[in-house]
Ligand binder design. Structure first.
Ligand SMILES: *Cc1c(COP(=O)(O)O)cnc(C)c1O
Length: 399
């Protein structure tokens, strides 16, 4: 790596940081001198969270106790926080409920989609490159509903669709490569054959525009501890499009989704609207942590985040090209912006060892088996200076 190349890139980073309108948001997070590029696995801690957790635990729970279900808004938190996530994924209010894990919500969504599709549709399609849990759950959902599951790469989905297709489960962004799939056109293709589209937004929500309402997505799920910074194990969310809510037949009809939960009726009658997606008592501590973490979004638009995200990943790829020997690493993340999420995945044979060295040098990404170095870029708190430093340290540990 030449000194002049480093000088050029450092200067560029300074200029990009100086022009970055989102730069002030960095102070809203608890960071240190580590370059943190693993926000696509666990987002950094928002600075307002510890105080909120303290209040929820000491005052709401410690002093108000049972009164907090009403007085502190605990009971309505799943829908309230769902409405807070809604604008981030392009949804009007009343269609998102927060709770349970992504895995559990995948189960609810896929089974409900199959039930909507009707008896004569006997096949479920799933992204073969999916994060494993989605595949496992889809397989079980297929078994339980008596359907067959077919796994195939998203690009092959349009040709595989037909009148047998009940539901299709897809990832918006591939967790390994960072590839952004074409949600509008795939959803349209699914609808053309009369099937239902379920999207997993784990790696897109909070990083790029999703447009759930605009593109007519039927059902969607996502986690909140990645780009939404909700904290370890923060609850996931489930989106059910307005027009489908009356037909959403949950495979987990817990008492929290009953139309009259305190009627304590022995028979189940589903609540109207998004809260039909609830199951049991919400995990209030995690949920209210998430609510505090989402406050930063009051000051930022998803389109500004997307613009910075693309600038960060572009700059990272440029710096890596400038700082590493040609051929030493190979990017598996697509070049075109319309096919790129908010991460860069680089392949090299010794990726596991390389990531250990990077972490030891204060650059935190992660390793995905067998040979992928994964770097996630959270535009709310990652700077262009971070990007330059990460690429420089990578260049140093790769020689
Ligand atoms: C992170 C992630 C999950 C996580 O599921 P949990 O139930 O929260 O553990 C699921 N699906 C995808 C695509 C993910 O990226």
């Amino acid at each position: 790596m030449s000194e002049s190349a480093v000088r050029v890139k450092r200067l560029e980073a300074e200029k990009l940081d100086a022009a970055d309108e989102l730069a002030p948001l960095r102070s809203r997070f608890v960071l240190d001198d580590v370059v943190y590029l693993d926000g696509n696995s666990l987002g950094a801690l928002p600075a307002n969270v510890p105080g909120r957790v303290e209040d929820v635990v000491r005052r709401q729970w410690g002093e108000l106790r049972i009164r907090s279900w009403e007085e502190s808004g605990w009971w309505t938190a799943p829908e309230r926080i769902g409405d807070r996530i809604a604008p981030l994924v392009g949804a009007a209010p009343g269609q998102i409920v927060v709770g349970d894990s992504t895995s559990v919500n995948v189960f609810k969504a896929v089974v409900a989609a199959v039930r909507m599709a009707g008896e004569d549709r006997d096949e479920i399609l799933v992204d073969a490159t999916t994060f494993p849990t989605d595949g496992y759950i889809a397989e079980s959902a297929a078994r339980l509903t008596g359907r067959t599951l077919r796994a195939l790469p998203p690009a092959q989905v349009p040709d595989a669709l037909g009148e047998r297709t009940a539901a299709v489960l897809l990832n918006h962004v591939d967790y390994r490569t960072g590839r952004l799939h074409d949600l509008p056109s795939l959803t349209a293709a699914v609808h053309e054959v009369g099937a239902y589209a379920v999207w997993d937004l784990c790696h897109s929500a909070g990083a790029l525009p999703v447009g759930l309402d605009e593109h007519g997505v039927d059902l969607a799920v996502g986690c909140t501890y990645k780009y939404l910074n909700g904290g370890p194990g923060s609850p996931a969310y489930l989106y059910v499009r307005h027009e489908l809510q009356d037909r959403f037949d949950s495979p987990l009809p817990g008492w929290n989704s009953h139309t009259d939960p305190f009627g304590m009726s022995p028979s189940y009658a589903p609540a109207p609207g998004a809260l039909r997606g609830r199951v049991g008592t919400p995990d209030i501590l995690s949920m209210l942590t998430l609510e505090a973490a989402l406050e930063v979004w009051d000051e930022v638009s998803v389109s500004a985040v997307r613009a910075k995200s693309l600038a960060l990943t572009d700059f990272f790829l440029e710096c890596v090209a400038a700082y590493t020997e040609p051929g030493r690493v190979e990017s598996v993340t697509p070049e075109p912006h319309e096919e790129r999420g908010s991460q860069v995945a680089l392949r090299c044979p010794d990726a596991g060892e390389v990531m250990k060295r990077l972490i030891a040098r204060g650059v935190v990404g992660d390793f995905r088996h067998p040979d992928v170095l994964r770097f996630g870029f959270t535009p709310l708190y990652v700077s262009f200076g971070d990007v330059e430093r990460a690429a420089r340290v990578l260049g140093e540990v790769l020689v």
